[in-house]
Ligand binder design. Sequence first.
Ligand code: PLP
Length: 381
Amino acid sequence: MSTFDVPPSRRGTGSLKWDKRPELQPFWVADMDFPSPPEVIEALHHRVDHGVFGYAVPHDGLVDSILAYLAKRHGASISADHLVHLGGLVPALSLAGRAFANPGDALLTCTPIYPPFLNIHRDASLELITVPHILEDDQWVFDWDSMETAVTPDTRLFLLSNPQNPLGRVFSEEEIIQLAEFCDRHDLILVSDEIHCDLILDEERTPHFTALRLPDKYAVRTITLLSPSKTYNVAGMGYAYAVIPDQRLRHRFASKRGHILAEITCLGYHCAEAAYRHGESWRRELISYLRSNRDLLTAFCREELGKVTIPDMEATYLAWLDFRPAGIPEPARFLEEEAGLFLSDGRFFGGPGHARLNFGCSRVLLEEALESIRKALGKRT
Ligand SMILES: Cc1ncc(COP(=O)(O)O)c(C=O)c1O
C-alpha cells in the first residue's frame, strides 16, 4: 500500500474541493487529496516556528531553487531578473491581457480550455476569439487552418495551456514551434501557462517542451507562467511566477500589477523553495500513482462506461469525458443527480456534453466513483 492510498480526510477543513458541496463526492477543482512532500511540510513548520510573519520578498534560496529546477528538469537557462513573482497564475493571465492589449483588441485561445482563459478578457475589455481543438488520429491537436481564419489584425495575444487542461495533451516541440511561428507571423504575445508541466505521465514518450526553450526570435514575444502549486499540491499557498526574457515586455507586465494584487506571503515563498529543492523523489512516486489511476480510469471508461469516451491522457490528473455519445447533454448535472458526484461541468471549458474528472485521489475513491457512474448509466438503459 502506498501513502497515496490513505490520504487524510479533508471534509470540514475549509477545503474548496470538499466543503463546497458536502453532500457530493468531489472530483472537480484541480487539487489533489494527497498531503504535500514531507520536506515541504517540514520547511513550513520551520518558517512558522520563527514566529514573525511580516511582509516578504523572494529570498535568494527561492530564486536559486527556481533557476536550478528550470535548468535541471526543463533544460532552460534563464536569469533571475527574468522572473516576476505573483500570487497565482490566474492573476498572471489577467495581467497579461491588461498589459499587452488595449480595450477593443482581441485575444485568441483554443477550446476546450481551463475556464479563466475564457473570462480574463473581461478584465481588460477585450474581445475573445476561440478556435476548437480537433481530433486527428485519436489525438487532440491545433486546427491551424481555423486559427489562420480566426485571427484578426486586432488580436494581440495567444493563451496556451501546455500541458493542456482539460485535454491532457503534452504538445510536442514541433507543435510549440509552429505555434510560436504563428504568433510571430501575426504579431501576438504568446502566453504559455505551464502549471501542469511536472505532471507528465509518460515522460519518455511525451516529453514537455517548455516555451522557455524557444529560440530567441520567438522568446522575445513569450511569457511563460509556472508554479509548483499543482505538482506539489500547494495551490492554497498562493505562489506562481512568470518568466519574461524580454525586458520591455517584462516591464509592461510588471507595471500593470498596480495596487490590486495582494502581497505574496512568506509561507508561499518558503513552500515553493522546499518543493523545488526537495520534492523530486516524492514527485516521482506521485507520477507513478497517478499513472496507475489514469490507466485504471481509461480502461474502466472504455470497457464499462458504454459510449462515454475518454482521450489518451498524457499529463495532469484531469480527465475529459465525453458523454454526448451516451446521449447525456449535461453530464455534470446527470452525475450530481444520479451518482452523487461533483465533476467540473464541460460548459465552462467551452465543451458542453463533457465533464472533467479529477483523479488526484486515492484509488479506492476513484474506483467507487467509477462504479457509481456505471450504475447511473445502467439505470438509463
Ligand atoms: C491551466 C491552469 N492554469 C492556472 C490554474 C490556476 O492557477 P492559480 O491557482 O495559481 O491561479 C490552473 C488550476 O487548475 C490550471 O489548470
